[in-house]
Design a protein around this ligand. Structure first.
Ligand SMILES: Nc1nc2c(c(=O)[nH]1)N[C@H]1C(S)=C(S)[C@@H](COP(=O)(O)O)O[C@H]1N2
Ligand SMILES: [Mo]
Length: 431
């Protein structure tokens, strides 16, 4: 019975059936005075998540998730992330904690579809390149470092579902708000160099990526996710097979010891715990490639509209988007002027400009930013704003890309809650 609690995770269990969850975890008879004990496995899970024993666990109320799960740093080596789900583990970063030009590893979000591998050490890790190549290869991480150019680039990874939490009607899945995005510095070798060394056969049209994480069901050999990209995108020089994040080991939850970084496209293309890149002669059909996963309708649809399966298309590049990282929303200040800061990024295009409004979009000022060191990094913009008198203001940010596309005011609704690039707004009270 107890196995159940770990099979679906505490968040899911409490959401679906709080009474059962409580009984399984605490061993209590609901509607009785008999106080049970937080049972072995349940207590262990909770303790592991809060990072300490729980001396007064006998007193914990029913239907209860410790506030620490949402409020504190429950993932080792992460700082201030909001946990959305514990199994699989999913956690995002509040916007004001994404203020750094380069996202520190401790603030890089975590999006898991399955159970990460336990051993994430570099020693003995192997990457296989096979399928439609002239010479299939199996390489260690040292082989990669010795045989190929090692490069470092700041690259944005954003989950395709970032912003899903604002969909109405709601879309199922992790209710990401703003923080399923990060721009760490990744060090590794170019995917294109490795594929060229293996020799890409002319029939190869798509990649298929495989990682070492396990399916939630625990079924041996069943992959939680395996996505791919068209070969043209795969051969772009910005894609990395990365073995370092911000000059140190990759965080275990961000794919240590080896991951793909395919910037500009949904984060799901950037396979973590990478063990294999397989070249195929057709669009890859691994888990989360088919059905409605990472797909959107091929036309605008009304909110709540039913869309036929065959009208869904695979998401390619991500749309233009920006985030305000300073000030934090809800700020109360006596100051009538301040610097506003944030980031802007876009799929395969360039960020052209970022505009800021403090008067609900009546007037806009242009933010300043330097050209980033490499393509596919986000730009770090800043602007001085003035508030004419005391009162409630909203700061709005709107980025525009090199093709003239700007962020919309409203979400362009789609059934699975992808690609929400509507403008970020923060509230400020002056006075
Ligand atoms: N092996 C593996 N790779 C994966 C995933 C996963 O669950 N397993 N999640 C993908 C998704 S949906 C996203 S958005 C990114 C998130 O990367 P991060 O967790 O390092 O932020 O990893 C991608 N790579
Ligand atoms: Mo994702």
């Amino acid at each position: 019975m107890l196995k159940k609690t770990t099979d679906i995770g505490l968040f899911e269990l409490y959401r679906k059936n709080p009474e059962t969850a409580d009984r399984l975890l605490f061993g209590r008879e609901t509607n009785s005075d008999r106080r049970g004990f937080l049972k072995g496995a349940g207590l262990a899970t909770m303790s592991a998540m809060v990072g300490a024993t729980i001396p007064f666990h006998r007193n914990m109320p029913e239907n209860f998730i410790p506030v620490a799960f949402a409020a504190e740093d429950v993932i080792t080596g992460k700082d201030g992330l909001t946990v959305l789900n514990d199994r699989p583990l999913n956690a995002e970063t509040p916007p004001h904690l994404l203020d750094d030009a380069i996202t520190p590893t401790a603030r890089h979000f975590v999006r898991n579809n399955g159970i990460p591998p336990e051993d994430t050490g570099a020693k003995g890790w192997q990457l296989t390149i096979d399928g439609l190549v002239d010479t299939p290869m199996t390489l260690s991480i040292d082989d990669l470092k010795e045989k190929f150019d090692v490069v470092t680039k700041a690259l944005v990874i954003e989950c395709g579902g970032n912003g899903r939490g604002f969909f109405n009607p709601p879309a199922r899945g992790n209710q990401w708000t703003y923080g399923a995005v990060g721009c760490s510095e990744w060090t590794g070798v170019r995917l294109a160099d490795v594929l060229k060394a293996a020799g890409v056969k002319k029939e190869a049209v798509y990649t298929a990526h495989v990682g070492a994480d396990a399916h939630l069901s625990g079924t041996e050999g069943k992959l939680p996710i395996s996505r791919g990209v068209p070969i043209d995108k795969a051969m772009d020089e910005h894609n990395l097979i990365a073995f370092a994040q911000n000059g140190a080991d990759i965080h275990p939850m961000n794919g240590a010891p080896l991951r793909l970084v395919i910037p500009g496209w949904p984060g799901s293309c950037s396979q973590k715990w990478l063990t294999r890149v397989w070249l195929r002669n057709k669009v890859h059909d691994g888990p989360k490639m088919t059905g409605t996963s990472y797909r959107v309708p091929n036309r605008p649809v009304a909110p709540g509209e039913k869309v036929a399966k065959e009208d869904f298309v695979i998401i390619h590049e991500m749309p233009i988007k920006s985030l305000i990282t300073h000030p934090a929303t809800g700020l109360k200040t006596p100051d009538k002027g301040m610097e506003v800061r944030g980031h802007a990024w876009v799929g395969d295009r360039k960020v052209e400009s970022v505009h800021i409004s403090v008067d609900f979009g009546a007037t806009w000022i242009e933010a300043k930013f330097d050209k980033p060191d490499n393509d596919y990094a986000w730009v770090n913009w800043r602007a001085e704003v003035n508030f004419p008198q005391n009162g409630y203001y909203e700061i709005w940010a709107r980025a525009t890309d090199s093709e003239g596309m700007s962020q919309p005011h409203a979400i362009s609704w789609n059934p699975k809650g992808y690609l929400n690039n509507s403008m970020h707004r923060v509230a400020v009270t002056v006075g």
